[in-house]
Design a protein around this ligand. Structure first.
Ligand code: ATP
Ligand code: MG
Length: 393
């Protein structure tokens, strides 16, 4: 008999043909996150099994609960001898330590050759519990304790604890996307949601030194580190946007500043994405939130790229985004009061229905292609959980 953590896959069950690839990726992601802990992982098409010493269960549970691709995490015991009598004997032993007044037994029998049906097993083991423990009764609707029994090909499992997983697909199963990561509340949430659908992230951040500070950049680094915990380490591309922004500021009517600035951001992002084999751009735009996020603004800005732009929070209210930001642990960092490059050059009356022809005409006044090339050439890349000082060493 061994204590074991059992993972139920999320939507992977619908991926019949590709299931092997999905499971391999899930195992790889877990191995990467658990590499410092002595955990052995095995799996079949129905379940993944994690074996470890008792003292590691809590830490491993925290990590698996923050990993995409898992529907439920169950903790229980694996019995190599799976006759009904043996299961009954172990159940009797375990049940003595549990405190409950009502219970039910639920059985899942994936080995259909087992000599009893699921219902017969549940009834038999329910009888065992009733005999072994005084003053308890069966309640199939709201029991204090649900005992799950799983009969699989080789082994049987007795499970007492079940916790919900995050769902989604294992990060990396759907290719790579480039997240436009500002220091705000929305873009980290957008990144989290894209990761949930299996997208591996790289991130891009536009800074405008000296108008923006090192603290503002560190905040973005911190946000990407928090997001990295849900998948693998996120590579952050930092682009200096100062020259472009100053040039726009000098040459373009101020009501169009934001529109043109965002067109430049999109152009650069698409190029960086292309160079790094990211298939889509991801950002935190939400319909109607600010002038640059009206439908007209979005379409005029989007016009400069061919690559799909995914906006996971496009239809969320700000309050819904904030709730999620708190849940995933980015909120506290996002609200730190450092300026962003957009906030510094915000005009008093940004246009809400920009015209494409005007954008093109205004852009012709600046040699933006050159500036874009230069900013890309001078990008800095931040990997792993490094800080400013390590970059200098
Ligand atoms: P956030 O969405 O992060 O809260 P915000 O609400 O200030 O920022 P905008 O400034 O309108 O929103 O930006 C919309 C989106 O554009 C952001 O969600 C982010 O994806 C991207 N973006 C904005 N500024 C930057 C930046 N400096 N670097 C990278 N991406 C940015
Ligand atoms: Mg926003």
């Amino acid at each position: 008999m061994k204590k074991v953590m059992i993972l139920k896959y999320a939507e992977l069950n619908t991926k019949k043909a590709n299931i092997g690839l999905f499971l391999k990726q899930l195992k790889r992601n877990l191995e990467e996150k658990l590499k410092k802990l002595p955990v052995k992982i095995t799996y079949d098409k129905g379940r993944m099994f994690l074996y470890m010493e008792e003292e590691y269960f809590k830490e491993v549970l925290d990590i698996t609960q923050n990993t995409f691709g898992i529907h439920e995490i169950m903790i229980g015991y694996e019995l190599e001898e799976r006759s009904i009598e043996t299961i009954g004997d172990y159940l009797k032993k375990f049940i003595h330590e549990k405190e409950f007044e009502t219970f039910k037994v639920e059985t899942k029998r994936s080995d259909k050759t087992y000599p009893m049906t699921s219902l017969e097993i549940s009834k038999y083991l329910g009888g065992v519990v009733l005999k072994a423990k005084q003053n308890v009764k069966v309640d199939v609707h709201h029991p204090d304790l649900t005992i799950h029994i799983e009969i699989r090909q080789k082994d049987a499992y007795i499970i007492f604890d079940t916790v919900k997983g995050l769902g989604g697909y294992p990060v990396g199963t759907l290719g790579k996307g480039l997240l436009m990561l500002s220091g705000g509340i929305d873009s980290p949430v957008a990144g989290y949601l894209a990761m949930k659908r299996g997208v591996k992230l790289e991130a891009i951040y536009f800074e405008s030194p000296p108008h923006t500070s090192v603290e503002a950049k560190n905040k973005v680094v911190q946000l990407k580190n928090i997001l990295s915990q849900y998948g693998s380490d996120i590579k952050l591309h930092v682009i200096s946007f100062t020259e472009i922004q100053e040039s726009i500021y000098k040459n373009i009517p101020h009501e169009y500043l934001i529109t043109i600035m965002r067109r430049m951001m999109y152009r650069i992002s698409a190029k960086i994405a292309y160079q790094n084999r990211c298939k889509v751009l991801i950002n935190g735009e939400s319909i109607g939130q600010v002038a640059s996020q009206t439908l007209t603004s979005m379409s005029v800005i989007n016009e400069v790229v061919k690559m799909p732009v995914i906006r996971p929070v496009a239809c969320f209210d700000k309050l819904e985004i904030i709730d999620l930001a708190k849940k995933i642990g980015t909120y506290e960092t996002s609200i730190l009061p450092y300026e962003d490059c957009c906030t510094i050059f915000v005009p008093e009356h940004p246009v809400i229905d920009p015209e494409l022809e005007k954008c093109i005409q205004y852009e012709s006044k600046i040699s933006y292609e050159e500036l874009i090339q230069k900013s890309i050439k001078n990008e800095t890349i931040i990997k792993e959980t490094k800080n400013e000082f390590e970059d200098l060493l």
